[in-house]
Design a binder for this molecule. Structure first.
Ligand SMILES: Nc1nc2c(ncn2[C@@H]2O[C@H](COP(=O)(O)OP(=O)(O)OP(=O)(O)O)[C@@H](O)[C@H]2O)c(=O)[nH]1
Ligand SMILES: [Mg+2]
Length: 330
């Protein structure tokens, strides 16, 4: 049965269908946002009022740690309780991503006829806005389709990934036994944002040692106040430990609900997002006015030749932009 074509410009109708759980409409809306289509902003604005009640769970960790398998296992548990689930998986350009993409496709087939489940995989692309912004926007659209749990998967390497995880209310950091060196690499950015640690692949040797490492590291951490991130051991492929993980998520959620912690966390998130959106808006307006790559290259050349002083040039460019804006818009 074919759903009638949706006019790309008819955003209210599209969002109406998204809200009713029309999977095709949701896929369409997500694509328009992902592709930064002209109606993307209108779509996001229409979806925004319907966000805020889902629990956003970020899952991050080393490549191949079993994040996608965990996401799938958690999603199944939630679905078994009739909770609707959305997934945003950000696949890095890592050697693992090919396999992960294939895995995602198999999992999507499993959930195929389930209107209470929707998953979108996104690949790292050199888009101007950056992956963090795009995945944040995609999450808004998916959440607006009446999803109660939103799972965000990303590899825990690099600033972009940390920014993605900042969207989450609950952040799960996935580690695997025998990755002693990796823990050092991950430590810098990712370790301190963990609300819950998962030691996945607990069917392997070395879980005790890894847990000790986490515990000794935690002895220094105070940032989370009274919450000490628990360590949950799982075997994602068999589902072992997933129930406990789900319980820890609920416990953290209860803790977050107290003393305005959730609000504070979400406010911090929006503070960063709004700043990013302002930056983006200014940049794209400048680009619309002709500050393209060619002109930037020319400016670079002139600066090197000392024909331009960047410290004078940039304020002037911004000034011109703001004046143009005032004249242009009225
Ligand atoms: N032995 C064992 N294998 C696991 C476990 N969990 C996941 N795997 C396997 O590990 C491999 C990677 O799993 P994924 O879920 O794709 O890992 P990922 O972290 O999503 O990988 P990327 O997204 O590429 O970073 C797959 O072959 C899984 O079947 C586990 O608990 N034990
Ligand atoms: Mg994955």
């Amino acid at each position: 049965v074919q759903t009638p074509a949706i006019s790309p410009m008819n955003v209210p109708e599209l969002i109406g269908r998204v809200r009713q759980g029309d999977v095709r409409a949701l896929a369409r809306a997500v694509s328009l946002v992902e592709d930064d289509a002209p109606q993307a902003r209108q779509i996001l604005s229409a979806c925004f009022p319907y966000t805020g009640s889902a629990i956003r769970i970020g899952i991050t960790g080393a490549p191949g740690a079993g994040k996608s398998t965990l996401v799938d296992a958690l999603a199944r548990r939630y679905r078994a309780q009739q909770l609707t689930v959305g997934v945003v998986a950000v696949d890095p350009t890592s050697p693992f991503s090919g396999g992960a993409m294939l895995g995602d496709r198999i999992r999507m087939r499993d959930h195929h006829d389930d209107p209470g489940f929707y998953m979108r995989s996104m690949a790292t692309r050199g888009s101007l806005g950056g992956l963090a912004r795009t995945s944040a926007d995609v999450a808004v659209v998916i959440e607006a389709s009446a999803k109660q749990r939103l799972l965000l998967e990303t590899v825990g390497v690099g600033q972009d990934e940390i920014d993605i995880v900042r969207l989450a209310d609950v952040t799960i950091v996935v580690l695997v036994p025998g990755m002693g060196d990796d823990i050092q690499t991950l430590k810098a950015g990712i370790m301190e944002i963990a609300d819950i640690f998962v030691i996945n692949k607990n069917d392997r040797d070395g879980a005790d040692r890894l847990e000790n490492e986490i515990r000794s590291m935690q002895a220094l951490a105070t940032e989370h106040g009274t919450w000490i991130p628990p360590v949950v051991r799982t075997i994602a492929t068999t589902g072992a430990g997933i129930e406990e993980l789900e319980q820890e998520v609920d416990k953290f959620w209860s803790w977050l609900a107290l003393e305005g912690r959730l609000t504070a966390r979400r406010e911090a998130h929006w503070r960063a997002r709004v700043l990013d959106m302002v930056r983006q808006e200014l940049l794209s307006t400048m680009r619309d006015r002709g500050l393209d790559d060619r002109q930037l290259a020319e400016i670079g050349r002139q600066v090197v030749l000392k024909q331009q002083d960047p410290y004078r040039l940039v304020p002037r460019l911004v000034e011109q932009l703001l004046q143009g804006e005032r004249h242009g818009k009225d």
